[in-house]
Design a protein around this ligand. Structure first.
Ligand code: UDX
Length: 438
């Protein structure tokens, strides 16, 4: 089938390439000319394992093409996936859906009977109904459906090709059929398909992200209790997670969540629930958000104590800038937030990250950056392990010790081998876990 993808950011590119790989003829569009030129030659806009190969394969096959001309895209196919951004509004909790509205307005004049707009962007519940109303005025015979994505950065290609579920919020049999056909190869291999109304589909996305964010903040709250009680949050998480009703995933304590989805989605959800008069039902998300932010503050405070109370003249090495490993994304990155906060307090902060340095440099130009772990740690008073890149687990702590001013490390992600670091002479601090001898 023919289809378009409007908005070639993270979600759009992965969706476009995946659908082309399934055999569809896909035209991707974006207002960013440079991005379209790069995509046309097979260069993805983000670092994502497997994406470059997938993009090059599908572009070479001729089934995936890109253009900046939205009108020609509108005429190219009967189904249009909207994948533009819905950022948090500055100074407010609610999501800014103006880009989605603009795409619907741009497509509408070109749509005919049976044509379908499929929203993939994460939007406040009720947006699809409002957009459908808007569409009825200019393209009364076109349909509008909502089909949220659940991609995890770092696994986006895999998640897109083999999703755990497909959720479509539709208002007609015809629209459901179009989507069933587009996803037919996935449905044939048994991917669960949920047909809902558009509002439920919109909610599935924010409800899922709210649940996961809550799970993370729950275990981080337990880490705070463990610190006060001298208990061990890692053993607690393992034992609690062994209950099959709870499960071990998303129960890893640490520096908390960041990225482009969780923080903005839970805030947007609270704002929307308030508008709907049910703010109290999700008021707990405010606490989830606060617990999450507090993990950053706690790490800064711990670092302050470890450098003797004053950051002035302190050298701090930061391992990790991305919001999580296997990603170059620094949006709302807990690691970068901690690094910046420590720098603002007067320390010299040198940051290492294997993939995210370019993005980190533009987001936080005041920090020093290096691609070399030993260089980041040179003369450090404390080393902060803030993003769980696998290569940090492979660091030889004995080889690193002579380079630092004081062999002190904070493992905010709980993935370093604590015994090995301590045997190599390091004082290792892991929030939520007792220090030996305590
Ligand atoms: C998330 C959702 O998983 C995805 O379904 C949605 O479409 C977009 O948002 P992503 O932002 O890529 O995906 O990150 P994810 O892997 O879910 O991790 C989110 C954050 O939680 C990261 O900062 C991660 O470090 C943190 N996290 C995750 C924890 O702190 N503890 C955990 O146990 C799990």
């Amino acid at each position: 089938m023919r289809m378009t993808v409007i908005g070639t950011g993270y979600v759009g590119v992965v969706h476009a390439a995946t659908m082309a790989d399934l055999g569809h003829e896909v035209l991707g569009t974006d207002i960013d000319e440079e991005r379209i030129a790069a995509l046309s030659s097979g260069t993805p806009p983000v670092y994502e394992p497997g994406l470059q190969e997938l993009l090059q394969r599908t572009v070479a096959s001729g089934r995936l093409r890109f253009t900046t001309d939205v009108a020609s895209a509108a005429r190219f196919a009967p189904a249009h996936f909207v994948c533009v951004g819905t950022p948090q509004q500055p100074g407010a909790k609610r999501a800014d859906v103006r880009s989605v509205e603009a795409v619907v307005d741009a497509l509408a004049p070109h749509l005919g009977p049976g044509d379908l707009i499929v929203g993939k962007s994460t939007v406040p519940v009720g947006t699809a109904a409002r957009l459908a109303e808007r569409l009825r005025r200019t393209a009364p015979q076109a349909g509008l459906a909502w089909n949220p994505e659940f991609l995890r950065e770092g696994f986006a290609v895999q998640d897109s090709a083999a999703p755990e579920r497909i959720v479509v919020g539709v208002t007609s049999e015809h629209d459901e059929e179009v989507l069933r056909e587009l996803y037919a190869p996935m449905l044939r291999v048994g991917v669960p398909f949920f047909r809902t109304d558009p509002s439920t589909a919109e909610l599935v996305k924010v409800a899922s992200n709210s649940f996961l964010a809550t799970k993370i903040s729950f275990i981080n709250a337990m880490a705070e209790v463990c610190d006060a009680a001298g208990a061990d949050v890692i053993m607690l998480a393992q034992a609690v997670g062994a209950d099959s009703r709870i499960g071990p995933r998303f129960l890893q304590p640490g520096l908390g969540f960041g990225g482009s989805c969780f923080p903005k989605d839970i805030r947007g959800f609270m704002a929307r629930a308030e508008e709907l008069g049910v703010g109290g039902a999700v008021a707990f998300l405010d606490e989830v958000d606060a617990i999450n932010t507090r993990q950053r503050t706690r790490t800064v405070e711990l670092t302050g104590r470890l450098v003797g109370g004053s950051f002035a003249d302190a050298n701090v090495a930061v391992l990790g800038a991305a919001f999580k490993p296997d990603s170059d994304d620094v949006r709302d990155s807990p690691a970068l937030a901690v690094a910046e906060s420590i720098r603002r307090r007067g320390a010299r902060v040198r940051v290492h990250d294997p993939e995210a340095l370019d993005n980190a440099r533009s987001a936080a130009p005041g920090l020093q950056y290096t691609l070399d772990v030993p260089k980041a740690c040179e003369d450090a008073d404390v080393v902060l392990h803030l993003t769980a890149w696998p290569e940090y687990r492979a660091i030889d702590p004995a080889a690193l010790a002579p380079l630092v001013r004081r062999p002190t490390v904070v493992d905010a992600r709980h993935t370093l081998d604590a015994d090995r670091w301590r045997e190599a002479g390091w004082s290792l601090h892991a929030p939520g876990r007792p220090q030996p001898g305590e």
